[in-house]
Ligand binder design. Structure first.
Ligand SMILES: [Zn+2]
Ligand SMILES: [Zn+2]
Length: 225
């Protein structure tokens, strides 16, 4: 597993499990936030990386969504520790197996219901910044998928909202994407936030991704007419 600093407050941890898998560590005054929890064998490396950074304890785990390749290391990381886990309230019923993900026959319980907290929002519905990261609902790949924006560093941690090839935006994996049209619509988050850098779970970084959005949407609309 490879630990790499990608901005002042953010490190990525990368491994391979047929496809590349990234998770991220984000440093804040009170310690470290883990964004997504990969697959089970990443647990040891994640804990080691938190210790190596030496910027405080692991305070919380934020999830972009509840698919099994994003929550796998949670159980081992949590052994002996009380670390809260957050996801969007729309995503929780799917992740805890109360409802099947759209397009799936059976519900899949990827998380125990008692360990997952809903991300909080203000009265206007804007989600509250947590650990230096502001969540934005970006549905499509899954119903309650969120991307986390680190405004200070200009980095958007976007889970499975996209994949990428050679610095270029590509669609999320169709086989695992509930509603591709919705996912494409959610890509306008890049225009709204204008991040300097986009990080995705199954692909490499994309710099100034907002410049590519129009072209990406055009390509996708031609593909899915
Ligand atoms: Zn996914
Ligand atoms: Zn994934």
């Amino acid at each position: 597993m490879k630990l790499k600093q990608i901005s002042e407050h953010i490190w990525s941890i990368k491994t391979w499990c047929i496809i590349p898998i990234h998770v991220w560590l984000v440093a804040d005054q009170d310690g470290v936030t883990l964004v997504d929890a990969g697959v089970p064998f990443m647990a040891k490396g994640i804990v080691k990386s938190v210790n190596k950074l030496d910027v405080g304890p692991l305070q919380r785990i934020l999830l972009t969504h509840g698919h099994s390749d994003h929550v796998g290391a949670i159980n081992k990381i949590k052994i002996g520790k009380d670390i809260p886990i957050y996801a969007h309230p729309i995503e929780i019923p799917y992740a805890v197996g109360e409802a099947p993900y759209p397009g799936r026959k059976k519900p899949e319980k990827t998380l125990a219901s008692q360990v997952i907290h809903p991300l909080e929002a203000d009265d206007k519905g804007k989600m509250l910044t947590i650990g230096g990261l502001t969540p934005y609902l970006t549905p499509g790949h899954s119903p309650g998928h969120v991307a986390y924006y680190h405004e200070k560093d200009g980095v958007l941690l976007a889970g499975d909202l996209f994949t990428s090839k050679k610095g270029k935006l590509h669609q999320p994996m169709p086989m695992f994407t509930a509603d591709m049209k919705k996912a494409v619509k959610s890509s306008t988050i890049l225009e709204q936030l204008q991040p300097k850098r986009l990080e995705i779970c199954h692909g490499m970084s994309v710099f100034n991704p907002a410049k590519q959005v129009n072209n990406y949407i055009k390509r996708m609309n031609e593909k899915y007419v």
